[in-house]
Design a protein around this ligand. Structure first.
Ligand SMILES: *Cc1c(COP(=O)(O)O)cnc(C)c1O
Length: 408
């Protein structure tokens, strides 16, 4: 792994200066400017190589620039890229087939970004509530959780518990009720005759890889069945192999009513998201109820098919399970004055530091100097989520770097 020589004249500085001057300041990235990537590695404009342990928040589970996914992109780009849903295209049906085979759900609604797929699920749940459950007009409620992250639209940030995501952006739509994550009793108490759905991440990613008590989803399933409420699982970050199963809900042996996918659905190549459900829910949508100009376009569909195929055919999910177990085993032996807790599943690992450690960012900066890219989440958690194509040798290099900076 390349180590960083601070004496070298740097092209990075000029890129950083231009972005700072011309761009909106809605992010605070680590000071690295990537110009090329392959597999688990990215290279910056000064030619330094890093092992990417963020994987674009699990959008590049399949590794950067996977040759089969980029080939699908190139081939489809030369045929047809967009006709809008005013016409059919010859790629979308194939994506429907692959997704329904993989999940067992009978219907797919394609969108582009994760937030749009969540919005789609919210609309489906509400309309199901009015037309199937008989909830009074405009009274439908959805139960959500403290610490949730489902995207950045105004409706979604309106039910966030994170003050910064909300402050200055109201007013927000009504109809959401928030309860503590992991607390099934609080969920049961929050349900009324107007509740149409629960919206949950099986593991909360942005909140700091927060794992609920074992069996939590199963308890939610029981409550939803009893109360006739839809269980909607946001697997945008937890799904598609990240936790060592294709979908994180499989660990609990449950099946949700609505599945929301994004991020790795297109392997980081092109934005594709989807909401999946059976006909009883999905058929609430009539022509004209919902849509998106780019949603379901043939370029995105071809890319997503390739992204799903390589996940399965190249055994990336099994690799995540095996190497995840190895990583947890090594991290359990880590002796560090800074570490409060190590948690997660598969290749999705949160290392929570004590408040006195001075924040996770300085450790991420030290890791960057050692050629490992991690991103802190919620100030005190180092998030480790490499592409699922990582080898045991590469993972061991990462773990050694982490042990070194955390021991100091
Ligand atoms: C990233 C993420 C989203 C939002 O996806 P975007 O593509 O950024 O809109 C929603 N839910 C979860 C769990 C996510 O991790």
């Amino acid at each position: 792994m390349a180590s960083r020589d601070t004496e070298t004249p740097s092209r990075t500085a000029a890129f950083l200066e231009r972005e700072e001057r011309l761009g909106a300041h809605n992010y605070h990235p680590l000071p690295i400017v990537v110009s090329r990537a392959q597999g688990v590695y990215v290279w910056d404009v000064d030619g330094r190589r890093y092992l990417d342990c963020l994987a674009a928040y699990s959008a590049v589970n399949q590794g950067h620039c996977h040759p089969r996914i980029t080939a699908a992109l190139r081939e489809q780009a030369e045929r047809v890229t967009l006709v809008s849903r005013a016409f059919h295209n010859d790629q979308l049906g194939h994506l429907y087939e692959v997704l329904t085979d993989m999940t067992g759900f009978s219907r797919v609604l394609p969108m582009n970004t994760g937030a749009e797929a969540v919005e789609t699920a919210i609309k489906a749940a509400r309309k199901w509530g009015y037309t199937r459950k008989g909830i009074d007009r405009d009274r439908a409620e959805i139960v959500v959780f403290d610490g949730n992250f489902h995207g950045r639209t105004t409706a979604i940030v309106g039910f966030s518990s994170e003050p910064q995501y909300r402050d200055g952006f109201g007013p927000f739509p009504a109809g959401f009720r928030r309860v503590p994550f992991g607390d099934a009793t609080a969920v049961a108490a929050a349900i009324t005759k107007s509740t149409c759905a629960l919206l949950v991440e099986p593991i909360q990613g942005e909140a700091g890889i927060v794992v609920p008590p074992a069996g939590f989803l199963r308890e939610l399933r029981t409550i939803c069945d009893r109360e006739r409420v839809l269980l909607m699982v946001d697997e945008i970050q937890s799904g598609l192999g990240r936790t060592g199963r294709m979908f994180c809900y499989e660990h609990d042996g449950v099946r949700p009513d609505v599945l929301i996918l994004g991020k790795a659905l297109s392997g980081g190549v092109y934005p594709v998201s989807a909401m999946l459900a059976d006909a009883a829910v999905m058929d609430v949508f009539r022509p004209g109820d919902h849509g998106s100009t780019y949603g379901g376009n043939p370029l995105g569909a071809a890319v997503a098919v390739a992204a799903l195929q390589v996940l399965v055919e190249e055994h990336m999910v099994e690799n995540a399970a095996a190497l995840g177990a190895h990583a947890f085993e090594r991290l359990a032996r880590l002796r560090s004055p800074h570490v409060k807790e190590v948690r997660g599943k598969g290749l999705w690992i949160g290392i929570e530091l004590h408040a006195r450690a001075g924040g996770a960012r300085r450790f991420c900066e030290q890791l960057m100097l050692r050629g490992v890219l991690c991103k802190e989440t919620h100030e005190h958690v180092i998030r480790l989520a490499p592409p699922l194509v990582i080898t045991r040798e590469q993972l061991d290099e990462v773990l050694t770097a982490i042990e070194t900076v955390l021991r100091a």
